[in-house]
Design a protein. Structure first.
Length: 125
């Protein structure tokens, strides 16, 4: 019944720092939609951004900054990603390490975004 992921929602404490991390560091594109909403887009997917101070009934029951654990596939060799992360002042928490992905084995590094979400960046391997 489910074909693919369209989008997910990330809750942030600091929208500006969040946008900087996902656009400058990870290379995603900022997108504005709806009534002042923001997202970052990559490939055919996007991450809608939700400021934790925004009150609405259209989000998860308990949106919490720092609760996301996500894996992205890199569009370039992981060693290039590692160099870029270091140049951007991003600390690598773990890796490179071998992991098992949804479709194949992965070689991954782990970093934290400004809200302390765990971000795994991987290449097939």
């Amino acid at each position: 019944m489910i074909k693919s992921l369209d989008h997910l929602v990330l809750t942030t404490r600091d929208m500006e720092k969040c946008i900087d991390f996902y656009t400058r560091v990870l290379g995603m594109k900022l997108e504005r939609f709806g009534q002042g909403r923001l997202a970052v887009r990559f490939g055919e997917q996007k991450i809608n951004l939700h400021d934790q101070s925004t009150v609405t009934d259209n989000y998860a029951a308990h949106p919490t900054p720092g609760s996301l654990d996500v894996c992205f596939l890199a569009d370039r060799p992981l060693d290039e990603v590692i160099s870029h992360l270091r140049e951007s002042g991003i600390q690598i928490e773990l890796g490179p390490v071998k992991r098992t992905g949804a479709r194949f084995a992965l070689r991954s590094v782990y970093v934290r975004d400004p809200d302390q979400n765990l971000v795994e960046i991987s290449e097939p391997g």
